[in-house]
Design a binder for this molecule. Structure first.
Ligand SMILES: [Zn+2]
Length: 168
């Protein structure tokens, strides 16, 4: 396993729609393992492949923090196909350091994905897992959490966002 560099706001890869994974081969498994290690090292609870500069539909979530047991999980080609409820929680992002904002998202989501062995999975997720998955799946579509806050709030953050973009 190896740590990968986290790409910051301003890099075009964060705005690209990630490509679907066609074959879950060793390189995809290695990517997922590296992403898990990178996520743990950065104290994150989720990470999407574009955040390490790879435009592929892969994300990882630290279920350990969420359910109080160490169980990082990789989601390949994840798609949300049902969502219900609504809740507002403060979010941050490893690609947008030192910035937190309230974001309203669905409370429950139903997702389809392939696991690291290529097995199709279909799960209903709630709570923090549903929240993190929505954030990570947004990344796979080139969407960032700051796109989901009000225009006024976004305006107030512009200076900070420019600072982050100028670091890259
Ligand atoms: Zn993020």
């Amino acid at each position: 396993m190896a740590l990968r560099e986290i790409v910051l706001y301003g890099q075009p890869v964060l705005r690209r729609k990630a490509e679907a994974v066609v074959t879950i081969d060793d390189s995809v498994r290695e990517l997922a393992k590296d992403m898990i290690e990178t996520m743990f090292t950065a104290d994150g609870i989720g990470l999407a492949a574009p955040q390490v500069g790879v435009s592929l539909a892969v994300c990882v979530v630290n279920n350990g923090l969420i359910e109080d047991e160490a169980e990082p999980n990789a989601y390949i080609n994840p798609v949300i196909y049902e969502e219900t409820g609504s809740c507002t929680i403060e979010e941050g992002c490893l690609s947008i350091p030192d910035l937190q904002e309230d974001v309203t998202r669905a409370e429950f989501v139903r997702i389809k994905y392939q696991d690291i062995d290529g097995v199709e999975q279909d799960e209903i997720c709630a709570g923090m897992l549903a929240r993190v998955l929505q954030h990570e799946i947004d990344h796979l579509n080139g969407v960032l959490f700051i796109d989901r806050i009000s225009g006024i709030r976004r305006k107030l953050l512009e200076k900070r966002l420019k600072q982050i973009a100028s670091q890259t």
